[in-house]
Design a protein around this ligand. Structure first.
Ligand code: ADP
Ligand code: ADP
Length: 225
């Protein structure tokens, strides 16, 4: 799904991330961990071609990220769902309309997808909140709405940036459960988090690989977490 070959990225002249060589296989479940500022968000941005590597190569769903034209990027964004750290809602639109936004924007909603909206809203447990505006939602409700919006186009890959950042432990587990279920449906899942307890909690539910970003490098963490 995602293949990096000696890829690097830097915002300035200094590389922030270097020597990234790894493969995220279809259907795999990955955690991406590391201290704040380590580059987790940057890594995820490389995974959906928001940023292009400043050296090396990155293949996303079989296509060289550097070779993507506008249509290629648009197509990729339909196949890779992103749960942004700050959720990025339009505050004047009801929650259900925010969730449906990718469908509305693409202008390519199939009747099936439109019908799926209410199922999806129920699945994330927001049926009674569908008409609420985003500022009225709790932290956990916001994260579930952001997850629903990320998967409304039925993507192959889901990238979640600190999805449990502002929620209590029970809600963290619930969000994890939803992501594990999506993985069981065959979707590739990557969760950036600094919450090691969440990673431990996942161990009994899913075979997850833990990638650790440290000092600009990504390594596969051992069993000592
Ligand atoms: P995180 O909690 O993942 O560290 P940040 O608060 O660092 O997130 O970043 C939030 C957003 O602001 C991201 O989209 C990031 O790219 C951007 N950002 C972070 N640091 C800078 C910076 N020094 N200059 C410009 N944008 C930044
Ligand atoms: P993390 O998600 O692990 O907290 P980020 O990827 O958000 O880390 O940021 C890694 C580093 O890159 C931080 O030092 C941040 O300030 C810097 N950074 C992030 N976005 C930008 C940006 N747009 N411009 C300049 N520096 C940035």
């Amino acid at each position: 799904m995602i293949v990096m070959e000696e890829a690097a990225y830097g915002y300035g002249t200094e590389p922030l991330l270097a020597d990234l060589s790894l493969q995220l296989q279809p259907g795999s479940f990955h955690f991406l961990t590391g201290p704040s500022g380590a580059g987790k968000t940057t890594f995820l941005k490389l995974c959906y071609a928001e940023l292009l590597p400043t050296a090396g190569r990155i293949q996303l769903l079989g296509v060289d990220a550097a070779a993507l034209d506008r249509d290629g990027v648009a197509d990729l964004r339909r196949r890779i769902g992103v749960v942004h750290q700050d959720c990025q809602f339009l505050d004047h639109l009801p929650t259900s309309e925010n969730i449906a936004l990718p469908l509305t924007v693409s202008g390519r909603a199939t009747p099936d997808q439109a019908a799926n909206l209410s199922d999806l809203v129920s699945w994330v447990g927001l049926k009674s909140r569908a008409h609420a505006l985003p500022p009225e939602l709790s932290g956990g409700e916001r994260q579930r709405a952001a997850l629903a919006r990320a998967i409304i186009m039925d993507p192959d890959v889901i990238l979640a940036d600190e999805p449990t950042g502002n929620v209590d432990w029970d809600m963290s587990l619930r969000l994890l459960q939803l992501l594990v279920e999506l993985n069981r449906m065959g979707k590739t899942v990557v969760i950036a988090t600094h919450d090691l307890a969440l990673i431990r909690a996942a161990k009994s539910q899913v075979q997850a690989r833990v990638l650790r970003i440290q000092g600009g490098h990504v390594t596969v963490a051992g069993a000592d977490l």
